[in-house]
Design a protein around this ligand. Structure first.
Ligand SMILES: C=C(O[C@H]1C=CC=C(C(=O)O)[C@@H]1O)C(=O)O
Ligand SMILES: [Mg+2]
Length: 461
């Protein structure tokens, strides 16, 4: 840091300390540009504060965010995203921000997520994850359009000393930006346990019966597998492999205490840049072929398959309807196209719109989640079925995860193709949309393909 910049940060800290009122949260943020730095190395360099790191890579853009430490946590056990919104706005009103770049994901940012269904009783598996939790990191590395930005955020207290805070910041920054000496090893799967697959197939059967009785139109059911690993899984290594093997997915990790929720999801829930909004309808699945010819065959039959088209169309109709409330200039193509991923292909309909004034990204999430790609149609009936009959604790699986910044930019994905790593154990999740014509055996096979991205990077193939 140049002397002149240090002086500016010191005087910001000093001013913040002297202006603080008894109960308010005063954050000071300072953003500067860095030379080339590998986001994964930055994540790994922060391993001394393991338990408090977040990682995000966008699916299509060369955009990364790595959050380290916690200047402040916004969390709630209540099923109330708007509590998060209010707290976030209050924090921003009191914050002092130095950010000459105004690039998405810089300045004051928050990274986090929430439970799929806060009304379902949670188990010990997810004890380290709140109903919703957003971290404002102490340090954020952002890669945007080939440029690197480094933001430091300090929560100041009345009795702090600016010089001392600055000294601590410089020490931590040096540690985070120093070259790495070694890179963690891969793990492998020692044993794999599928949780009650036959019972799961019976639940699928039960769902189709409920649909035939017109009690719902679509219900998404998930199942889990538990893995015993050769060693404690190193998150940096797992992330590195996910980036390599799933280049068109969002790659994410949210560490909470000893645990890490991690995955590679293709499903964007919402991206907001200024008022420009993107969303995605993703549902309907087929495998990839072993040859070009076989791949094309799967592709064409997926595009024409009645059952998959129905699964997909429920998502399109719901998102279209939700967008009409908050957006204008809504653009949704009439026909889906194929989104081909490493292990499977999906029916995909992109959505573009302009967000009306007065609404935020958290309003959109509140409205969209869960889409029929993860819940079902109608929402109320399908969620009741899931709550009652699904045997697992989804936790944050299937829920919105992502980030937002102080300039109304943000992006959230749906946390699928994911797992919870707990030392040398991991729990993986995969689900599928059940409609009237679903066949339990075929749906079981579909979930098997959806486990592959996580299973392969944990050394389970
Ligand atoms: C619920 C999952 O996928 C959803 C997203 C895309 C396709 C889906 C399907 O075809 O069933 C699912 O709705 C999952 O991967 O765990
Ligand atoms: Mg499906």
């Amino acid at each position: 840091m140049l002397k002149i910049k240090e002086d500016l940060l010191e005087s910001m800290l000093d001013k913040a300390i002297h202006s603080i009122q008894s109960s308010n949260i005063k954050l000071v943020s300072y953003t500067k540009q860095l030379d080339d730095i590998n986001p994964l190395s930055f994540f790994e360099a922060a391993k001394s504060i393991r338990g408090n790191r977040s990682f995000w890579k966008s699916s299509v853009d060369d955009f990364y965010m790595v959050g380290v430490g916690a200047a402040f946590e916004i969390e709630t056990e209540q099923p109330d995203i708007l509590y998060i919104e209010n707290k976030w706005q209050t924090i921003l009103e009191d914050a002092m921000i130095h950010n000459p770049y105004q690039v998405p994901g810089t300045g004051i940012v928050a990274l986090g997520g929430m439970a799929f269904d806060p009304y379902k009783k949670s188990t010990d598996l997810w004890k380290n994850y709140n109903a919703s939790q957003f971290t404002i990191p102490e340090f954020t590395l952002t890669k945007h359009n080939g440029n690197f930005y480094f933001t430091s955020i300090v929560r100041v207290n009345k009795n702090d000393h600016a010089k001392q805070l600055l000294h601590q910041l410089k020490g931590k920054e040096k540690e985070l930006l120093s070259p790495l000496e070694d890179w963690p090893e891969k793990v492998s799967v020692v044993s794999k346990e599928e949780i009650k697959p036959e019972q799961w197939k019976q639940t699928v059967q039960k769902a189709t019966e409920e649909i035939k009785k017109c009690n719902a139109e679509k219900i998404v059911l998930a199942r889990e597998i538990r893995l015993q690993l050769s060693n404690q899984a190193e998150v940096s290594n797992v992330l590195e492999q996910l980036i390599d093997t799933q280049p068109t997915s969002y790659i994410f990790a949210f560490e909470h205490g000893e645990d890490c929720f991690i995955g590679a999801t293709p499903e964007r829930l919402v991206k907001l840049e200024g008022r420009e909004l993107l969303s995605t309808c993703l549902a309907g699945t087929a495998p990839r072929g072993m040859t070009e010819e076989e791949d094309q065959k799967y592709k064409f039959s997926l595009l024409q398959d009645q059952k998959n088209r129905e699964e997909h169309d429920f998502v399109v109709q719901m998102i279209k309807h939700a967008m009409e409330e908050y957006c204008e200039n809504i653009d949704i193509p009439n026909e889906p196209v194929i989104l081909a991923l490493t292990n499977l292909q999906h029916l995909y309909t992109p959505v573009r719109a302009t967000l009306k004034e007065g609404y935020s990204i958290l309003n959109i999430i509140d409205n969209l989640h869960p889409t029929p790609a993860l819940g079902g149609t109608p929402r109320k009936e399908s969620l009741e079925f899931i709550r009652h009959y699904e045997q697992l604790d989804r936790g944050w699986y299937g829920a919105p995860i992502g980030w937002l910044d102080s300039n109304e930019n943000g992006e959230f994905a749906v946390a699928i193709r994911s797992g919870l790593i707990q030392g040398n154990r991991a729990t993986l999740f995969a689900g599928c949309g059940i409609v009237e014509d679903s066949n339990p055996e075929a749906e079981y096979e579909e979930t098997n393909i959806k486990f592959l991205p996580m299973l392969s990077v944990l050394g389970g193939l």
